[in-house]
Write a protein that binds this ligand. Structure first.
Ligand code: GLN
Length: 455
């Protein structure tokens, strides 16, 4: 296939699927076709030889691309056009990627269903009555439905892995610091990481190699020398030490998801891995600690959207404060406002020690639990989410229930670890089940190796 053919194929698929799915906020056909021509020339001239050259990609709409609308699926940024491109996207462009458009998401990446988008929900491609998960629901749906070959998502507390599990695709959140956050619109900066969503582990490894780079524009970017992730794909897991946290298999976990995890454990064991269950501990503290820290950082990060510098401004208002208040009241949706209020509260004097500092201490203890685990194991195996995808309109009315669904993913962000979700069978409704492989910091190769052996 030529590059133009590949691009036309995904554009055709987008045209036929979008009325049902709504995975995209923006599709730029003309831009995609002009990139395709330019890249084809470079391929023909032998200037582009890597595996991503000429391959169409979709980008989550909280990752900036110069001259292309970037909305975070929020009314407050509905007309925002960035003047620069995220470093992660620059890396893809350099590798010859063809950008098709920007994908739908929960507003400012806050949510687990893609229903908090100001531009309407994305639907699960396996069954349109169900949610695709979130917040990278648009990216995962687009990959599952063949509207692109792979996509970028962002993961603050599971936003790549959980929708990947609901949509039957593979999603990877790398170790914090691996992929530059320059140009990613911040939610919880100490937890946010960009990562790939793709059809399988091999694609994820190849994309990760391109995305990984040291970037001086991001002060938390790590200079990693060990970025040859494809080397991990050997199908050999002999001697790999795999731990299953018993506390991940208890109350609240759907039986079919649990069976999938145990089946995966068996497959790894048959292939020579050493599998054991153990007590990770402190699991129940992850949700409260995460929602305090993420909301605190969000309240600070989102203070820049005030109607002055960019973004939506209310038409009529009285005075400067009136303008801030009205612009923000009209521009942000309910879930974002809830987080801003919660975050401002836990950071306010008098409550700072009681909530924010306590959450930071809890974060450190959770990291310690993982450190102890990784002294014994190379990989931690468990579910990605407690259930398969819920129905549309089931989650929004009960935020707390939605937050509880993040139990297996958010501790990975609190500890800065890499996590991979791979599809592993379906439930009785025919919806995909995802299982999660967690590695120690900078040990992506271990989880890619285990994930590859399970495909
Ligand atoms: N569901 C979580 C939240 O709402 C995680 C979101 C994310 O990773 N961006 O915060």
């Amino acid at each position: 296939v030529t590059v133009i053919e590949a691009v036309k194929a995904v554009l055709g698929q987008i045209r036929s699927m979008e009325p049902d799915l709504n995975s995209f906020v923006t599709v730029d056909e003309a831009f995609a076709l002009s990139q395709a021509e330019a890249v084809q020339k470079k391929i023909d001239a032998g200037e582009l030889t890597g595996p991503l050259a000429g391959v169409p990609v979709a980008i989550k709409d909280n990752i900036c691309i110069k001259d292309m609308k970037t909305t975070c699926s929020s009314n407050i940024l509905s007309d925002f056009v960035p003047t620069y491109t995220a470093q992660a996207v620059e890396n893809l462009i350099e590798a010859g990627a063809i950008i098709i458009g920007k994908t739908n998401m929960d507003e400012f990446a806050m949510g687990s269903t893609t229903e908090t988008s100001a531009f309407g929900p994305t639907k699960n491609p396996w069954n349109l009555e169900y949610v695709p998960g979130g917040s990278s629901g648009g990216s995962c749906t687009a990959v599952a439905a063949g509207e692109c070959f792979y996509a970028l998502g962002s993961d603050t507390g599971g936003s790549i892995r959980q929708p990947a599990s609901y949509c039957g695709v593979t999603g990877l959140k790398p170790t914090y610091g691996t992929i530059s956050r320059y140009g990613l619109i911040a939610y919880g900066s100490s937890l946010d990481q960009i990562g790939p969503v793709a059809k399988d582990v091999t694609d994820c490894a190849a994309i990760l190699e391109v995305l990984t780079s040291h970037d001086k524009k991001d002060s938390t970017s790590v200079d990693r020398k060990d970025n040859h992730f494809m080397e991990a794909l050997t199908k050999d897991v002999k001697g790999l030490r795999v731990g299953i946290p018993a506390d991940y298999l208890g109350e609240g976990l759907n039986e079919e998801v649990k069976e999938a995890v145990l089946k995966a454990a068996k497959v790894l064991e048959e292939k020579g891995a050493v599998v054991e269950t153990f007590d990770l501990g402190r699991v129940k503290y992850a949700i409260p600690a995460y929602y305090v820290i993420a909301s605190a950082e969000a309240s600070s990060n989102l203070s820049r959207f005030d109607g002055v510098k960019y973004g939506y401004r209310a038409r009529e208002y009285e005075g400067l404060h009136g303008m801030y208040k009205k612009s923000r009241s009209e521009g942000f949706g309910a879930e974002v406002k809830r987080r801003i209020m919660l975050g401002s509260f836990v950071l306010s004097s008098g409550y700072y020690d009681a909530y924010y500092i306590k959450a930071l201490k809890t974060k450190a203890l959770i990291k310690k639990s993982f450190d102890e685990a990784f002294a014994k194991y190379d990989v931690i195996l468990g579910p990605t989410a407690p259930t398969t995808a819920p129905k549309l309109n089931e989650s929004l009315s009960d935020s707390l229930k939605m937050y509880l669904g993040d139990i297996y993913t958010i501790s990975v962000n609190l500890a800065g670890l890499p996590g991979l979700s791979i599809p592993f069978g379906t439930d009785h409704k025919g919806l995909p089940i995802g299982i999660q492989l967690i590695g120690d910091c900078f040990q992506e190769k271990n989880i890619l190796r285990a994930g590859f052996a399970l495909e």
